[in-house]
Structures are given as C-alpha cells and as structure tokens.
Design a protein around this ligand. Sequence first.
Ligand SMILES: [Fe+2]
Length: 254
Amino acid sequence: MAHYRMSVLEEKGYVVLSRDGTVIDPREWQDLEYVDWKSSGDTRFAPLASAYGGIDCNAFWHFDPPKPDRDGVWIPSQVAVAPTIAGLAQESGANVGRVRIIELQPNTYADALYNSHLDDNNRLTRDGDGWVVRGFRNLTDDAGSFLVLREDVRDPATETRIPLPAGARVIVDSERMWHSVWHPGPLPRYCLITSYESGPELEKWIFENDPTTYVDVAVLDEGFASAMEAEAQDRRAKRTAFYGYDPTNVMSEA
Ligand SMILES: [Fe+2]
C-alpha cells in the first residue's frame, strides 16, 4: 500500500526536535484519570483522545466500527484537566489518533531492554493516508532517563539513547524502531505520546523545530552494558520459551 512517509525519518527511523519550553502545571498530568495498561514495564495511561471519546487506551481497531489510528476523539473531561498538553498534541496541525499520557515507574536498563517492542500503528491505515508515527514529549524532568531505540533489538550497536529532560521531543517510526524507556527514577516519569499522521503538516512542523538525528550521550561502561544486555536477553529468551514464541515480535497494541 502507498502511504505518505516523511523523508526526515528515512535514514534513522527517528528525529529529535529542540526542547519545548512550554510551562505546564504538573497538575495537568497528575489530576488526569488513568487506566491500568501494561506497556514496557510498570505503566498506567491517561488517554486524552481515544477511538470514540471514552476513557480508553485500546487500539482503534478493537472498536465497532474499527478505525485506523487517526481522527482521535478528544475526551472533554480529560482535556479540561490538561488543556496545555492537549494543545501541544495539536500544535503541528497533523491528524492525530491516540493521544495519551504514560506514567512509567522506575526501572533498570536491563528492564528497558527486556521490554523493548515495536508498535502496531498502521494495521488499518488506508491506502493514500500517511504512515502513522509516534511523538514523545517528556513532561517530567528526567534528564537521567533515556528513550532507548534500536533498529535491531538483539544488536546493541544499533542503539541510540535519547535523554529525556522536561520538554524533550522525539518523533519515532515506532513500528520500525524497537523502543522502551530506561528510567532510573526515583519518581514516576510522565510523557505525552501522540499518534501522528505523516504528511506535509507534520513535516513542516518538524522542520520548524530543529530536527536532528545527532544525540550527544555518554558511552555506557562496557561491563555494565554487557551485564545488562545478558540479563535482558536471558529474560527475553525465557519469556519466548514460556510462550512458545517471542511476544515482542507480535507488535504491541500499546
Ligand atoms: Fe510502544
């Protein structure tokens, strides 16, 4: 099928934007209604836009009628609590599908590697519509935490770690790039995650916000990295043995 894809994501599958300086009252994410929804660790989600406006985090194809991950319906009670965050999700002018806040409890690097997965963003994307990608905008100030991206989940050489201070923004083809977050804590991390339709509007907004694929981040201690890698791959192998298949090869609905 032919979908509009943005050339800016072609090389690396992600692009980092400049930090967004919008000041947001923490109550905007603290006072939302959250639902338990496990994705990449100990998480809860607060939807701002869902398939048909319910407080629901399910993928849009689960609904009747099923729909592609676009034309998300804003949830008035949630938008009333988080108007600034809802505004950020609409800033680009691109069509958006699922819009949610994720709450992630502290974890280890090995946990992040263990939980790395691909998203299922385009199951119902229609011919001619833009390829759905994800935007991550960190809400809490987690400069010591990282969005961990890999082109190949089994190959540490393909890894990019993107620091997550408040206002950090990354656009990711999360159906191509394995991803998870390493969040040492101690407090939970909150992040806005938006499903965007690729298209001229999104592309224009990306280019207005200083896109780069260069990330200046310290190299991990070799002993630490290999110990964490071994732990994660061992846990992944045990999970695969338990299920009889690797569940992370079945793209995540979250
Ligand atoms: Fe994901």
